[in-house]
Design a protein around this ligand. Structure first.
Ligand SMILES: Nc1ncnc2c1ncn2[C@@H]1O[C@H](COP(=O)(O)OP(=O)(O)OP(=O)(O)O)[C@@H](O)[C@H]1O
Length: 257
């Protein structure tokens, strides 16, 4: 059974069909990239999957259950987490407290976090373990604002993981991250536990072809093709879409994998 599966999924904004007839499936343990030119509808598709937008057509199943009409917060409680293109962190909080807060939120103690806070050693232990998994343990007690941007993006993933998701949707996790930090960020993503299925949007084709095990290509709101990096790298239609961009070399390179 697929972790996530859409059938004929689409959304219109007025007369504009932003996403159309999308059949996308995410296998358990997936490391799948969603690529496509600017404006192809990638973020809109993520917003449909998480329940921020209601589809105009089609359906979404999570672990076999139809969640098309399920509100976003319930999808999150059932194991669907996402990160955003832009930074959503509190700059003056430490990574440790940020994660502890996210754990309390998961436990339904968000509003009263200050009360159990001192006694909640379990939450602190869990937060330390999560930060270590994301290679942030040495930075646990610094203000977030002092972290390099790549580390801040890792912390966003840590906050999403604090919800104990089964499915993680990452919207350009390396956006704005310097090149030397983005490979480490994707190393960490690749190493996440196998029971978490990951779908990520990424524009850097070198990262996509290095870290994705499958790639879905979205063009003008529709899935053009889907396959392994080698298959996608060989596909002339994909090269055509990226022709005239710097990405085409990375795609060419992947064809020889
Ligand atoms: N709420 C909305 N109302 C109207 N149009 C929208 C809305 N959200 C997205 N769109 C349009 O849908 C199209 C797809 O946008 P989207 O942000 O999903 O593309 P994208 O593939 O994520 O692009 P990028 O790679 O540049 O982030 C764009 O033309 C955008 O203007």
């Amino acid at each position: 059974m697929n972790a996530l599966e859409t059938q004929g999924l689409g959304i219109r904004f007025g007369a504009f069909q932003a996403v159309a007839d999308v059949n996308l499936s995410l296998e358990p343990g997936a490391r799948q990239a969603l690529i496509g030119p600017n404006g192809a509808g990638k973020t809109t598709l993520i917003n449909l999957l998480t329940g921020i937008y209601k589809p105009s057509s089609g359906s979404i199943r999570m672990n076999g259950q139809d969640i098309t009409a399920m509100p976003a917060d319930r999808r999150a409680r059932q194991g669907l987490a996402r990160t955003f293109q832009i930074n959503t962190l509190f700059p003056s909080l430490t990574p440790l407290l940020s994660v502890v807060l996210a754990i309390h939120e998961r436990e339904g103690q968000g509003a009263t976090w200050w009360r159990p806070y001192r006694r909640s050693t379990a939450a602190f232990d869990e937060a330390h373990a999560l930060l270590a998994r994301l290679r942030l343990d040495a930075l646990a007690n610094l203000p977030v604002a002092e972290l390099a941007y790549g580390k801040q993006r890792l912390l966003e993933i840590a906050l999403a993981l604090a919800a104990r998701p089964r499915i993680l949707l990452l919207d350009e996790p390396a956006a704005g991250v310097p090149e030397d930090e983005s490979a480490e960020l994707f190393d960490v993503i690749a190493d996440l536990p196998q029971d978490i299925s990951v779908l990520f949007i990424e524009h850097d084709m070198n990262l996509v072809f290095k870290f994705a095990r499958r790639i879905s290509v979205l063009v003008a709101g529709r899935i053009l093709t889907e396959g392994t990096p080698a298959e996608i790298g060989r596909d002339p239609r994909v090269r055509e879409v990226y022709l005239g961009t710097a990405h085409v070399n990375a795609i060419h390179g992947a064809a020889h994998v």
